[in-house]
Design a protein around this ligand. Structure first.
Ligand SMILES: [Zn+2]
Length: 197
């Protein structure tokens, strides 16, 4: 049900995220848009660094598995929301890095004077780029409903759930990985910068 190329790309992205220590335990989830009715996403409870193609399952835009007995990642609704709101989005990657987890516990994150913000299409480093931080919630429907108007009003470069982890997206799995890598670099820089006297 999931095209082989998408499953392979997601499994590979999971291995790369694991190599960077962005998906400890069975945390994180990865997805890609199949078409206007289906999304490919990692199933619940598997290690994202050791994904097989069978670990990538198809869900509808309401987050329901399309094959009986399959359980998608707990945060599937947040992925579905991004595909629904933003038609160019082709893949969504979510990880639990140390930098995203720790920094988001201190409130809003603003990147100032970083060359790498240009990875998100900005023409210059001479601006403040906000990475929104939303409060964590174990009720995904409630969290998605809270986030939705904020995403619609001012589409961000990504977002972080406080004390939890980062969401990044792009037009393809590879593009989403690049953007995640840029976000993680900026988060790591910011974490290091705040340690300086
Ligand atoms: Zn998570």
């Amino acid at each position: 049900m999931v095209p082989q190329a998408l499953a392979t790309a997601l499994a590979e992205a999971g291995r790369r995220m694991d190599a960077r220590n962005w998906v400890p335990g069975s945390s994180g989830n990865l997805s890609a848009r199949i078409d206007g009715e289906r999304i490919a996403i990692t199933r619940s409870g598997v290690h994202k660094g050791r994904l097989s193609e069978a670990d990538i399952i198809a869900v509808d835009y309401a987050g329901q598995a399309l094959a009986e007995g399959q359980k998608p990642s707990a945060e599937t609704l947040l992925h579905c929301q991004l595909y629904r709101l933003f038609p160019p989005v082709g893949a969504v990657l979510h990880g639990h890095s140390v930098a995203a987890t720790v920094l988001s516990q201190r409130g809003a994150i603003t990147f100032s004077d970083y060359e790498l913000v240009k990875a998100f299409g900005f023409a210059s480093h001479e601006l403040d780029v906000v990475l929104p931080v939303y409060p964590n919630d174990q009720d995904m429907a409630r969290l998605a409903a809270f986030i939705e108007p904020l995403l619609e009003r001012d589409p961000p470069i990504g977002y972080v759930i406080a004390g939890h982890g980062v969401y990044a997206w792009g037009t393809s799995v590879e593009h989403a990985y690049w953007r995640l890598e840029a976000l993680e670099f900026l988060l790591q820089c910011e974490l290091e910068r705040r340690k300086l006297p």
